[in-house]
Design a protein around this ligand. Structure first.
Ligand code: ADP
Ligand code: MG
Length: 254
């Protein structure tokens, strides 16, 4: 893939919610953002600044009031459901509570088979390969387990494997580490980076944790009250003393 190839393009996207008082609350205001093939873009900003809303719009889980979402040169906004589904498999979410969403009645094998659209007996080798790819080795030791037989970190790896089964080109990760134990955060982050390198997967990494942006992002977009107020290389954005809001976020990191 060409590194300069725009993969996800959010063009002038806005979203309002009805506020309890009866007015409109502008959660996302005229946001334009591009993630290129293979690129890691961190979307940072304080709680309530509109990051998750923007992520949900990108995934098609929410409709923007204004503006459009395009993925791999196809306009998603307003497209027919079957085209949407097709495009959507190449854009996968990882949420903070992804692991909680793993069906406890299904074994790892069944969870992955479901993602691979395989019937029992098919695709065993792919399942094993996916488990190896996310660091669950030897895979044969994990494939028949249920989620309660896995540690938190192992469950996060299974949910990542399930996303990878779709062969995504973009992973939209919304606070993927917030639910994780401190001791496994580094491991999961490293796994996400390995995946980026070996599969050229692009990330939109939504996080309030600037240290993640600093360590891993090619570019950083800073959101404040629904708007992107700064965007650039991680170095430029995070060290710019001119921007008080960003510096406050930086200072909040221990
Ligand atoms: P962030 O992820 O940056 O913390 P969110 O995108 O979750 O921010 O939320 C931005 C704002 O929009 C918040 O004030 C939130 O309360 C509001 N909001 C988000 N989703 C909804 C919704 N479905 N209905 C009403 N308000 C919402
Ligand atoms: Mg959020």
């Amino acid at each position: 893939a060409n590194a300069a190839d725009p993969l996800l393009v959010l063009d002038n996207v806005s979203k309002s919610f009805k506020s309890p008082g009866g007015g409109l609350f502008h959660a996302v205001r005229s946001v334009s953002l591009t993630v290129h093939s293979g690129e890691i873009v961190a979307l940072v900003g304080e709680s309530g600044s509109g990051k998750s809303t923007l992520g949900r719009i990108a995934l098609g889980l929410l409709q923007p009031d204004v503006g459009s979402v395009s993925f791999d040169h196809q306009r998603l906004t307003g497209m027919p459901p079957e085209v949407f589904r097709d495009v959507r498999t190449r854009m996968q979410p990882i949420f903070q509570d992804s692991t909680a969403a793993l069906n406890p009645r299904k074994s790892v094998r069944e969870l992955l088979m479901q993602a691979l659209w395989k019937q029992p007996g098919e695709g065993e080798a792919r399942c094993l390969r996916l488990l190896e790819d996310v660091g669950l080795r030897p895979a044969s030791r994990f494939i028949d387990r249920y989620s309660h037989e896995l540690s938190g970190g192992q469950r996060q790896r299974v949910s990542i494997a399930r996303s990878l089964a779709m062969e995504p080109r973009l992973i939209i990760a919304d606070e993927p580490l917030s639910g994780a134990d401190v001791s496994i955060r580094g491991q999961v982050l490293n796994l996400m980076l390995d995946i980026q390198r070996s599969r050229q997967v692009a990330y939109l990494m939504i996080t309030h944790d600037i240290s993640i942006a600093r360590a891993f992002a090619d570019r950083v977009a800073v959101m404040m009250k629904g708007e992107i107020v700064e965007m650039g290389s991680a170095q430029e954005v995070l060290t710019n003393p001119q921007h008080a809001y960003t510096q406050r976020l930086v200072a909040a990191v221990p």
